[in-house]
Design a protein around this ligand. Sequence first.
Ligand code: G1P
Length: 293
Amino acid sequence: MSTHAKVRKAIFPAAGFGTRFLPATKSIPKEMLALVDKPIIQYGVEEALAAGCDQIVIVTGRGKSAIEDHFDVSYELECTLEKRGKTDLLALSRQVSHMVRLSYVRQKEAMGLGHAVLMARDLVGDEPFAVILPDDVIDSETPCLKQMMDVFEKVQSSIVATQVIEGDAISAYGVLDGKPVPDNPRLFDVSGLVEKPKPAEAPSKNAIIGRYILTPKIFDLLEHTPLGAGGELQLTDGIKGLLETEKVYGYSFEGVRHDAGDKFGMLRATVEFALKREDLGPAFRDYLKTLKL
Ligand code: G1P
């Protein structure tokens, strides 16, 4: 890795089963569930582009072909829309398929997030890269990954997004140990990480949220990381290995994170995103006011 490397590639792990959303996800990838009118993975892809990435690697598995179709040209749909003179819709469809260069790699077994990232090793090579977990939709003025890129420019070290999670819910996350960096209230000097600790064993309230910028050293480490929480190869454990030779930072981003892989999180995101839309917001707001809650 050169001393002033740029992050060009973003990995999207998308091979999970989406059991929290059954039965909807029996035949539809959870990444394709719509938040208002856009699949949740598209929010992440747009964020990666806005942060300056120009190559997207999606780690897929069985039953995920709808993701590939979504980012591909749909000749039949485009022909029909063209014939009917639906130029706005045609532009929307084309915008998705012409968005970016995408590569796909299969994760044949569900062996965990660390394993999913490792599957992209050949496509990433020896350069720093981003990881976006599509379930985590982040609504912010400056895209979360862009905020992290700006920090990476300066520190040239791995960075994980973090947010304070109160109470027992912390045990659903990777959790950071460390201390704030003087003069930068958003930056956290990481000294340890633990994946899904019991609430009493969590080293802090600083949970890992699904945005990472990682140095390529992580690949060697993941090759040798033993299986961890849930019997899976955990990305968190790989990052812990990085600490032996490199610095790792937590970054407390500006913005609101929605867990769109969870029913309640998706409902909340839907309401908030719909209210912000110019075409839907005013009518939706009026409708919500009529509800006797
Ligand atoms: C994954 C990571 C975890 C992180 C979380 C953020 O867990 O393993 O460290 O805190 O994403 O959403 P998962 O939600 O896939 O169980």
